[in-house]
Each structure stands twice: as C-alpha cells, then as structure tokens.
Design a protein around this ligand. Structure first.
Ligand code: V47
Length: 369
C-alpha cells in the first residue's frame, strides 16, 4: 500500500474512533504531510477537550544533581567528587520551595539524581517538611528511576518504597526517565539506567497503590521511527491495564554539554510531529503536554492546534534542560501563558496537577499577572 492510501485509511480510522496499529504509527512518522497529521490530531484533541487548554502554576525543585548513573543523554547529573555538584540540605529544599512562593503555586515538581547516600528516610522527611510548610501544594515527585534505585539501595520492594513516600506526602509522579524503551537505544544513551520493563513495572506498581503518574518519551537522538512507535504502544498497553497515566509529554533531546553533543538539535517539524502522533496513538491517555521549556513557547503554541491540550506551567528555575543548553527562559508568568493560549484561539484553564480547576481570589491573581 502506498503512503497516500495508507494516510487515507488512517484518517478513516481516526474519524471512526478506531485504534491505530504500529504500522499506522510508523506511517504517521514517515509522512511529511504535517498538516494532515496535525488535522487528525486536532480532531482527537477537540473531541476530548474542545478548546480548553490546561496550564498550572508550579515550581521545579531538584534537591541534588549527584548521580551514580552516567547517562550519555544527560547534562545535569554529576559525580559526588565533582566540585560543581550540589546536594541541598533538608532546610535548603524547604527554603527553595518557599522562594518566590505565593498562595498561587499549586505544584512542586521534585526530581533529582541517583544520590548514593540520601536515604528513603531523608526523602520522606523532605516530603513531610514540605507538606507541613505548604499543605495546599501538590507534591509531584520522583521518577520511576529514582524509586527503583531507592528500592535497590534499601533492599526493599518497589511497592514499599512507593507506599512509604506516599504516606509521607507524595501525591503523584512525573513522567521522566522513560527515554525510549528500545534496549538497543538505551545501551547507547543511558546504559546505567533501569530498562524499559523496569520503568513500566514501577509505573504499574505506583498506579496499583493509587498514585497517578505522567509518562514521557525522549526523542531526537539515535532512535528509529519504529522505536518511537514501540515506546508509545507499550505505554498504551500499560494504560489499558491500569488507567494511571494522566499526561504524556514528548521530550526533545538537547545535546549541548552531553557526550552526545554531535547530534543535531530537533527541528520544529519533528517537535510538532511528535505531539501529533502521540495524540493519535495514545488514544487512552487523556492529556498531551507541549512542554514549552523543551520546545520553546513559539512551537508549544502551534502544538496547541496540532494535538496538545496542555502547556505545562510557570515552571520557575528549570535545570535539566538548561544544563543541556536550552535557551528558553527559566520561567514564564501566568499572564504569558494566558497570552500564548488565547492567541492560539484556545481557552486557558488553570488546573492543579490532577486537572481540577484552580480557583483564584483577586489577591493571588494580582501577584501573578
Ligand atoms: O528524565 C535529561 C530528560 C527528563 C536531557 O511529568 C533530557 O509533568 C533532553 O521528565 N535533553 C526530565 N531531555 C523532564 C521531565 C518532565 C518535564 C516536564 C514535565 C514533566 C511531567 C516531566 O528530561 C529526564 C530525561 O528523560 N532529559 N537530559 C537532555 N539533555
């Protein structure tokens, strides 16, 4: 079948709400007819959310950049002996959380390196301290990779690590660390990291104890189109089983300051295509996020018409992408997000981490606009 006929068949399936196959996914990645792919993704996006476009007011906290893994994709992690590495004390974590804090912040996004000495108890204390100081803020914390490392170091089960963190205040989990599940690719870009099955097992265990999570895919390095589709299908299969994924975020690889610096940066075309194909393949994941820090506010805005319904948040002090050469701002104001969304003809909806509406009173609104 030629690609043109195949695209017609895919359009018929999408219009009828029929699940797309691996072959369909690969055809969507192959075609250069981005408008056709974007139109179909927009159809699904509007079917699910109409014009509503979600954003939140959040702050990133990275308690340490010390990491025992040496992933070639990463510019953030450092060895403990590196004088440029840092590890916050508990007081510093709580203080960082409070910097620029106003009643408006609804989420702390907390991830860090695999530190060889910080214990599960330390992380539990960190969460408890945050909850005491900021009881209304949702704690979206720890990648599946960090959880697996804590289990391995403490010689306890994944489930127990998750339960103890949940009891200490972890409300949900971000989607990082998934990269691309292909073993061939992982051997090159992140061979010290848990494999794809383990990432999925930790996500399954989290969902089973009632924690929602996000999921991601890192693209634009050495993966093939088939690897991308395989990654999406494996996420879709786990979602059929647990229903625990809330949002998918495609992450563009930023090569600067990594051992893979020779790889060219992704193009706007590929960034948009990843949003659109994800919207079409992940028919059971409610939200697709155009993470502006990663794809620039300009591309993220266009993505809102090509399958994305979420633009992430104000962010404040992003480190992982900026260490890898991102030139975007380290934060946007609430008013900037509003403008990006309304200019794209969409309706802004301020959400909390689990997509419930955030009500603002006048006082907090004026602090932020
Ligand atoms: O886990 C690391 C990736 C992730 C690089 O869940 C890199 O709401 C590109 O997961 N170039 C962190 N990517 C970011 C992340 C995230 C961001 C926003 C929202 C959410 C969410 C999650 O970034 C890492 C890794 O997969 N990463 N190094 C790099 N050089």
């Amino acid at each position: 079948m030629n690609d043109e006929v195949h695209m017609k068949q895919i359009a018929e399936k999408v219009e009828a709400g029929v699940r797309l196959s691996r072959e369909d996914g690969e055809a969507l990645y192959r075609t250069s007819d981005i408008l056709a792919v974007g139109r179909l993704a927009n159809l699904v996006r509007e079917r699910l959310h109409g014009d509503t476009t979600f954003f939140n007011v959040n702050r990133h906290i990275n308690p340490t950049d010390v990491c025992v893994a040496s992933c070639r994709l990463c510019a953030f992690g450092k060895k403990a002996r590196d004088p440029k590495s840092y590890t916050m004390t508990l007081e510093q974590v709580w203080e960082t959380a409070g910097q620029g804090y106003s009643e408006a912040v609804s989420e702390f996004h907390i991830v860090g390196g695999l530190h060889p000495e910080l214990t599960l108890d330390w992380y539990c204390q960190m969460l408890r301290g945050l909850k005491e100081r900021f009881p209304q803020v949702h704690l979206k914390a720890f990648t599946m990779v960090e959880i697996s490392y804590l289990a391995q170091r403490g010689k306890i089960s994944i489930r127990e690590v998750l339960q103890r963190l949940k009891d200490a205040g972890m409300d949900s989990m971000p989607g990082g660390g998934a990269e691309v599940f292909s073993e061939r690719v992982r051997r090159i870009i992140c061979d010290h990291k848990i494999d794809g099955n383990e990432w999925l097992n930790v996500a399954r265990a989290a969902h089973q104890i009632g924690l929602k999570s996000n999921c991601t895919m890192l693209y634009g390095h050495i993966e093939s189109e088939a690897d991308r589709v395989d990654h999406l299908v494996r996420l879709r299969e786990l979602q059929d089983e647990t229903g625990g994924f809330v949002t998918f975020i495609p992450l563009a690889f930023h090569p600067a300051n990594t051992p893979l610096h020779h790889i060219p940066k992704t193009t706007g075309f590929d960034d948009i295509r990843n949003i659109a194909v994800a919207r079409l393949m992940l028919d059971n994941i409610p939200h697709i996020k155009a993470y502006w820090v990663m794809m620039s506010p300009a591309i993220a805005q266009i993505a809102l018409r090509m399958g994305a319904d979420d633009i992430d948040g104000t962010v404040v002090e992003e480190k992982i992408y900026h260490d890898a050469g991102a030139t975007t701002s380290q934060s946007l104001r609430r008013g900037d997000l509003f403008r990006l969304i309304t200019e794209a003809g969409r309706v802004p909806f301020e959400r909390d981490t689990l997509y419930r509406p955030v009500e603002r009173n006048e006082a907090t609104f004026t602090v932020l606009v």
